[in-house]
Design a protein around this ligand. Structure first.
Ligand SMILES: *Cc1c(COP(=O)(O)O)cnc(C)c1O
Length: 402
């Protein structure tokens, strides 16, 4: 294996994001393949016993076992780290493996976590159910209110955890403020960047410590594999995350890592185009529904903040119908082009009813607390011609009397 210029940080850190996305992290075998090789291997062989001993002792570079290193996975990790502006990254099997690992690797009984109340259903479950089970106290707050973060800090607060934009309420968190506050109190910020990705927003640039990902979403972008990643400083990854990851094994499969590597090559282009499409469709939908939550529209109460933090506003937005669950489901059932699907970031336009799907598990009280209403629908705008998506929404909205 030969490392290309793509692994030399003195070169790659000067590349622009689209170049990093195509060439970052690439190694080549003796065959000189253009596309990254897929190493479907669990283990490695050694020329002699001294070599393997040296590798296990950390005295020699090289692979020992795919729970610890794998060349295809290593290429993905270096590429994501570069794009995120992070010193280091470790890939995980899924977005939830990434969130669980990012939190549990640094928390212990007696610690306290402050988290945004508007979050992906499973992220809320981690905060509400899993962490308390291990004696970790948690407080959920309205993350849009800067003062709420400061108010929630206790002497034992170790982590701030949030996503921005949030799934599916599209709440925006003021990253510069919240990360700065955390720094001043020695608190580690963990930002779930699944909705925007590094193509649209880089939390580390605003002072975040750790960025955790569902790479299943925009990074793969074509609805093929589950994947996740955690980025941070080299020291944090080596000393805090790695001991946990190596010994608990939430690792990504090399095949899935390879698929995401291919997805990253077109991330910049897809994120930009899907954001443009979502803005156009959003402008149409805004004229037809009582309420819309789209950070790119002036009607979003945090539009100015979103403009400050994001290069574009992403492919996802939500809207709320007055007719509750019944009208929302009728609209879903009237769709002809847009699929009923709870995935996001896909190149296909997909719509879901969060209260009965992604946020069913958190229960009605938590849904009400975070603003997931019965009449809410969340849409991911894909790469189709936006006029075809608009035509489909037009007929579906008409069919439910809007
Ligand atoms: C989908 C999602 C996750 C979970 O990712 P998986 O890859 O499905 O495990 C976490 N956070 C957010 C914001 C998501 O949208």
């Amino acid at each position: 294996m030969k490392k290309t210029t793509g692994t030399d940080r003195s070169i790659t850190s000067k590349w622009r994001p689209a170049t990093q996305a195509v060439r970052g992290g690439t190694w080549r075998s003796e065959h000189g393949e253009t596309s990254e090789a897929l190493f479907l291997t669990s283990g490695y062989c050694y020329d002699d016993a001294e070599t393997v001993a040296a590798r296990f002792a950390g005295e020699q570079e090289g692979m020992t076992y795919s729970r610890l290193q794998n060349p295809t996975v290593a290429m993905l990790e270096e590429r994501i780290a570069l794009m995120e502006g992070a010193e280091a990254c470790r890939a995980q099997a899924t977005g939830m493996a990434a969130m669980t690992t990012a939190l549990l690797c640094q928390l212990k009984v007696g610690d306290h976590v402050v988290a945004a109340k508007a979050a992906f259903g499973s992220c809320r479950w981690l905060v509400d159910s899993l962490l308390p089970k291990f004696g970790i106290e948690t407080t959920t707050i309205d993350a849009r209110i800067n003062g709420a973060w400061e108010e929630a800090i206790r002497p034992n607060t170790k982590v701030f955890f949030f996503e921005t934009p949030a799934n599916p309420t599209m709440d925006i968190v003021d990253m510069a403020y919240v990360c700065g506050l955390a720094r001043a109190h020695g608190i580690t910020t963990v930002v779930d960047n699944a909705f925007a990705t590094s193509a649209l927003q880089r939390p580390l640039d605003f002072g975040a410590d750790v960025v955790a990902y569902s790479a299943t979403k925009l990074m793969d972008g074509q609805g093929r594999v589950l994947a996740g990643a955690v980025c941070g400083t080299q020291q944090w990854i080596d000393e805090v995350l790695l001991p946990f990851q190596r010994n608990t094994g939430p690792n990504i499969a090399p095949f899935n890592a390879w698929v995401v590597l291919k997805g990253l090559e077109t991330l910049d282009m897809r994120a930009t185009r899907q954001s443009e499409n979502a803005l156009k469709v959003g402008q149409f939908v805004e004229g037809r529904v009582p309420r819309i939550l789209h950070p790119g529209l002036a009607s979003h109460p945090q539009h100015e903040l979103a403009k400050k933090q994001m290069k574009a506003f992403g492919p996802i937005f939500s809207f709320i119908l007055d007719g509750g669950r019944e009208q929302a489901m009728a609209l879903l059932n009237a769709l002809e082009l847009v699929d009923i699907s709870n995935n996001i970031g896909d190149s296909r336009s997909l719509m879901t009813h969060p209260a009965s799907t992604t946020h069913h598990g958190v229960g009605p009280e938590t849904r009400a607390d975070m603003g997931v209403e019965e009449g809410m629908l969340r849409i991911n705008i894909g790469l189709e011609d936006p006029d075809d998506v608009i035509a489909d929404l037009d007929q579906a909205l008409t069919s439910v009397g809007l």
